[in-house]
Design a protein around this ligand. Structure first.
Ligand SMILES: *[C@@H]1O[C@H](CO)[C@@H](O)[C@H](O)[C@H]1NC(C)=O
Ligand SMILES: *[C@@H]1O[C@H](CO)[C@@H](O)[C@H](O)[C@H]1NC(C)=O
Ligand SMILES: *[C@@H]1O[C@H](CO)[C@@H](O)[C@H](O)[C@H]1NC(C)=O
Ligand SMILES: *[C@@H]1O[C@H](CO)[C@@H](O)[C@H](O)[C@H]1NC(C)=O
Ligand SMILES: *[C@@H]1O[C@H](CO)[C@@H](O)[C@H](O)[C@H]1NC(C)=O
Length: 489
């Protein structure tokens, strides 16, 4: 940039009083200070960094295996890694993954729009939440290992549902899982919740559900069906749970005897939603209703962490956490909503009518962020304008903005920043901007998609949350973001 001014023809300096030149010079100076000739914020990154994350951009945290912090426990969080061998048909696999993600999104949308008054809503056991997204498709779902009775179980982390469940013996219809099936008959700390019990009555009342009692009227049965035809059915039960060394007796979970769906090789699911059945509510006395995670980038051999409890020392590898208000909607109790007030691409603030009601869901189980059409279209056109000069490539599934970067070693990527009420920012990690459809980078797509209608609710997916400490404070009703690299270890 220092050379830009001397290169101006000397005759032009006689025009220094001219407004346009002064404007030009000041623009050049501004541009120099942000490191870009356009005055736009961008990062020059290798294709490897683009795909796997920007190693240099933030602090690096070591893997945090299960261990106890003061006032908090830390569980290692990993990508779903059931199929650890090479992926035979990468393209089909990615397509399926996005189709599953789309099924989850439609189901979330229908739950949100069909919200009913809270006393009726609490039919949480019948909630329609598809859990297909990436579960079997190992890369983009996140798992943790918990102890149940004396066994370890690997479960999917889901902030969009409440009931924690695992597949159980006797199993009438179970998918294949990696861990041995949970066998209640071998555990002395296991108790089925009887149908005729105050607990079952209160659950029945809370869920507004009929038919909680099984036909033989001995167990408090549950049935959770998910939007895409996946389901789990079984007996509500209590068991000792071990979360990274902290145990809790009588944790209520679903002992699933009939389970179908794309849960991969996991044993089940950990529900971190907002209602009374969720793990967060049930462990409130221990962890105070606060949890956080850092989602890693890499497919294999990387681990982030799920932290239950809010001891500040667990945020030491992160930049300071900034908190934004959660929008509370009792009618949509399982979900965590934020207020998206703006989006910046390369430092340019987008103008879009969709920011007028910025209610947006943050979800660990949706992969690709969805924005309402007005916001998405503004983002897309500004991104394309700034990312010009790179050859385009055909769209892929829900992703319509794609490029062929196969002949580049480095690219200049505009920064992407989501802004929330209170001036809180989420600076999307460089690995969260593009989705590599082709490994050779000949089809690399902007990893954000449009919703169909302006009145749908946007979703911040896990792909754009990577390498951040995301803190859910369900008591203070705040959600915090700090940058933390948890993808390298
Ligand atoms: C469960 O996992 C913990 C932590 O990794 C380990 O110490 C323990 O031995 C495991 N227990 C069983 C029964 O495999
Ligand atoms: C009754 O239901 C419970 C829970 O589903 C089951 O464990 C038990 O075997 C059933 N008993 C009979 C007689 O079917
Ligand atoms: C992952 O780690 C295992 C054991 O540490 C190693 O054998 C394997 O090559 C690693 N895989 C990748 C993709 O780095
Ligand atoms: C989001 O924040 C803006 C600015 O503070 C405010 O005007 C708007 O009402 C908020 N939206 C919601 C849904 O709370
Ligand atoms: C991508 O670009 C490379 C280099 O310019 C070219 O050889 C290749 O055919 C392109 N691939 C596709 C799928 O367009």
């Amino acid at each position: 940039m220092a050379s830009a001014v001397p290169n101006l023809p000397s005759s032009m300096f006689s025009l220094m009083h001219h407004h346009r030149l002064l404007l030009l010079l000041s623009l050049l100076l501004i541009a120099a200070s942000v490191g870009s000739v356009h005055g736009l914020e961008e990062k020059i990154v290798t294709l490897h960094q683009l795909q796997w994350g920007d190693k240099s951009s933030s602090r690096i945290s070591s893997p945090q295996r299960s261990r106890k912090e003061k006032g908090a426990i830390v569980l290692e969080i990993r990508h779903h890694s059931h199929y650890s061998g090479p992926i035979k048909n990468y393209n089909d696999y990615l397509k399926k993954l996005l189709v599953s993600d789309e099924a989850r999104v439609s189901s979330l949308q229908s739950q949100i729009s069909n919200a009913v008054p809270s006393n009726v809503y609490k039919d949480s056991l019948q909630a329609q939440i598809p859990l297909t997204s990436g579960a079997k498709l190992q890369t983009l779902n996140y798992i943790v290992t918990i102890g149940l009775g004396s066994k370890n179980m690997t479960v999917i982390v889901d902030t969009g549902s409440d009931l924690t469940w695992v597949q159980c013996k006797p199993c009438f219809d179970c998918y294949n899982q990696e861990d041995p099936l949970f066998d209640p008959s071998t555990s002395s700390s296991y108790q089925a919740i009887p149908c005729k019990s105050t607990t079952c009555d209160s659950l029945r009342a809370a869920t507004g559900s009929t038919g909680v009692c099984g036909s033989n009227r001995s167990g408090c049965n549950y049935a959770l069906s998910y939007g895409d035809g996946s389901y789990t059915r079984g007996v509500l039960s209590r068991e000792r749970i071990d979360l990274g060394g902290t145990t809790m007796d009588s944790f209520i979970f679903g002992c699933g005897q009939s389970n179908r769906g794309l849960f991969g090789g996991t044993s089940g699911l950990m529900g971190l939603g907002r209602t009374q059945l969720s793990l967060i509510s049930q462990t409130h006395d221990q962890f105070g209703g606060i949890f956080s995670y850092c989602l890693p980038t890499r497919l294999y051999n990387s681990s982030g962490s799920l932290v239950l409890g809010g001891d500040p020392s667990v945020y030491r590898n992160s930049t300071p956490i900034s908190y934004t208000r959660m929008i509370l909607d009792p009618q949509q109790a399982p979900f965590y909503f934020l207020n998206l007030t703006g989006v910046q691409v390369g430092g340019v603030a987008l103008q879009a009518s969709g920011f007028s009601n910025g209610k947006i869901l943050i979800d660990s189980g949706t992969v690709i962020t969805r924005l309402v059409p007005s916001v998405y279209n503004a983002l897309k056109s500004e991104f394309v304008r700034q990312f010009s000069g790179y050859p385009s490539a055909p769209g892929f599934s829900i992703l319509d903005t794609c490029f062929n970067l196969s002949s580049y070693e480095e690219v200049r990527v505009p920064t992407l920043r989501l802004e929330f009420e209170g001036g809180v920012e989420l600076n999307v990690d460089v690995s969260g901007i593009f989705y590599f459809v082709k490994k050779d980078a000949s089809q690399v797509c902007l990893a954000i998609a449009s919703l169909t209608y302006e009145d749908q609710v946007g979703i911040i997916g896990n792909y754009q949350q990577k390498n951040h400490r995301v803190v859910y404070d369900t008591v203070g009703s705040e959600l915090g973001f700090g940058e933390e690299i948890c993808s390298y270890s």
